[in-house]
Design a protein around this ligand. Structure first.
Ligand SMILES: Cc1cc2nc3c(=O)[nH]c(=O)nc-3n(C[C@H](O)[C@H](O)[C@H](O)COP(=O)(O)O)c2cc1C
Ligand SMILES: C=C(O[C@@H]1CC(C(=O)O)=C[C@@H](OP(=O)(O)O)[C@H]1O)C(=O)O
Length: 391
């Protein structure tokens, strides 16, 4: 399965085309829209989210709510386009009237300067339009389709905020106790996508302070995937290791600078005796682990334990109290340009990370099992699970 997204932040729409989803999957557009809405929420987002109400339009590959096996096209309209039609026009030459709102003072931490140098753009809007995380809405729509496929074979994926601006979310402690369903209820009942708690209150205060100071915040998101079959991915080649593919998928999200599996970097502070997941056997269950310090991976393969993947998001680069920059035209020192921006988008990014994990897992499943028909896929996965359990 492969996919591509297209679309500029202030252009008419985002588009995603997915190729390789099996025929026979009942696709809920309502569910895709619910995921798109989750990505738009979260305390700390800017005014753009008041303009957009992301909804997907399916224009191919699905008939009567069932996938056909042909490429699926998903479109999401940019409501903000109405304010940018002239500036973003594809079919009109540049004129004094439409060459307005140019960006010439690159923002440190955004793609502006390097994008301008690489593509030789003199208006950095040509870079920011596509480097903007607006694109992640399309990925969430693709991820939602993939989650629906994964649900058919019992795999559940959930992303949530683990830490924001240094304040740890209560879900981290709850995670060990709560099922994914309980965790989902907790995260959905809160406007910072965290358990509505003392920690969430502190996060909100910190975001308010950052906003007032013209500053921004980052954080850590966590994604858990449960009931993943044993042995997705392989140790045989660098390119077949599934943990490596997931690392790529997480780092591909705008502003992500780090990824961890299980206890990740903290593993380095303990002796081996404390961090390996010891092996047990029970007749009903087959082989299983007593812990999950390694986040569900050994040798680039899934062990059958829950996948625990964390991603570190840097603070948002656009600051209302802008940092030092240089005007690309005059070469004079100036403060970076200020575009409308989020104070933080960690809650939104948790939904994007969930989508990226779902996409990568769906790709692994479809590479290993039949990808023409959902019925055949389910049969093959069930037979494989039996074979593994009988080992
Ligand atoms: C959901 C989401 C929303 C974001 N919102 C903004 C924003 O409003 N302003 C901004 O400067 N960067 C924002 N970013 C981050 C930039 O898109 C990102 O830093 C930029 O594309 C440069 O890429 P890099 O940080 O991966 O190097 C956001 C990222 C995500 C995931
Ligand atoms: C549009 C989205 O996020 C945008 C991501 C973004 C950036 O630079 O990454 C900058 C802002 O764009 P704008 O200036 O149009 O408000 C965010 O709002 C979105 O998440 O849907």
């Amino acid at each position: 399965m492969r996919y591509v997204t297209a679309g500029e932040s202030h252009g008419p729409e985002l588009t995603a085309i997915i190729e390789g989803i099996p025929a026979g999957l009942t696709l809920s557009v309502k569910q895709v829209n619910a995921d798109l809405a989750r990505r738009q929420q979260g305390y700390g987002r800017g005014n753009r989210m008041k303009i957009e109400q992301d909804k997907v339009i399916v224009t191919s590959g699905v008939r009567h709510q069932m996938t056909l096996g042909s490429p699926i096209t998903l479109q999401i309209k940019n409501h903000d386009y109405i304010h940018w039609q002239k500036i973003m026009a594809a079919d009109e030459p540049a004129t004094a009237a439409n060459r307005v709102r140019q960006v010439v003072k690159p923002r440190p931490g955004h793609a502006d300067l390097v994008g301008g140098q690489k593509y030789q753009h003199q208006d950095l809007r040509n870079v920011l339009e596509r480097s903007s995380a607006r694109e992640t809405a399309a990925r969430v729509a693709v991820g939602s389709v993939c989650k629906q496929l994964l649900n058919e074979i019992g795999v559940d994926v959930l992303g949530f905020v683990q830490q924001l601006g240094g304040i740890e979310s209560d879900e981290t402690q709850l995670q060990a106790l709560a099922s994914l369903t309980e965790l989902r209820q907790l995260t959905e009942n809160s406007d910072v996508r965290t358990y509505d708690s003392a920690a969430a209150q502190k996060m909100r205060q910190l975001i308010q302070q950052a906003r007032q100071a013209g500053d921004t915040l980052g954080g850590v998101v966590e994604v858990i995937a449960t009931h993943v079959p044993v042995g997705l991915g392989s140790y045989v080649s660098a390119t077949t290791k599934l943990d490596a593919k997931l690392a790529q998928a997480i780092i591909s999200i705008n502003a992500f600078k780090g990824v961890e599996f299980g206890d990740g970097f903290a593993l380095t502070q303990h002796p081996g005796s404390q961090v390996m997941d010891e092996i047990y056997y029970a007749k009903q269950r087959g082989f299983y682990r007593g812990s999950d310090h390694l986040g569900g991976f050994e040798g680039g393969m899934t062990t059958g334990a829950p996948l625990i993947i964390k991603g570190a998001m840097k603070p948002i680069p656009t600051l209302y109290q802008p940092l030092n920059s240089v005007n690309i035209k005059t070469k004079q020192k100036e403060k970076a340009s200020v575009q409308r921006a989020d104070t933080t988008a960690v809650p939104a990014a948790a939904v994007v990370a969930e989508a990226m994990v779902a996409i990568t897992l769906a790709q692994a499943v479809l590479a290993q099992f039949n990808s023409d028909s959902l019925i055949r896929l389910k049969k093959q996965v069930a037979a494989y699970r039996k074979e593994i359990a009988a080992y």
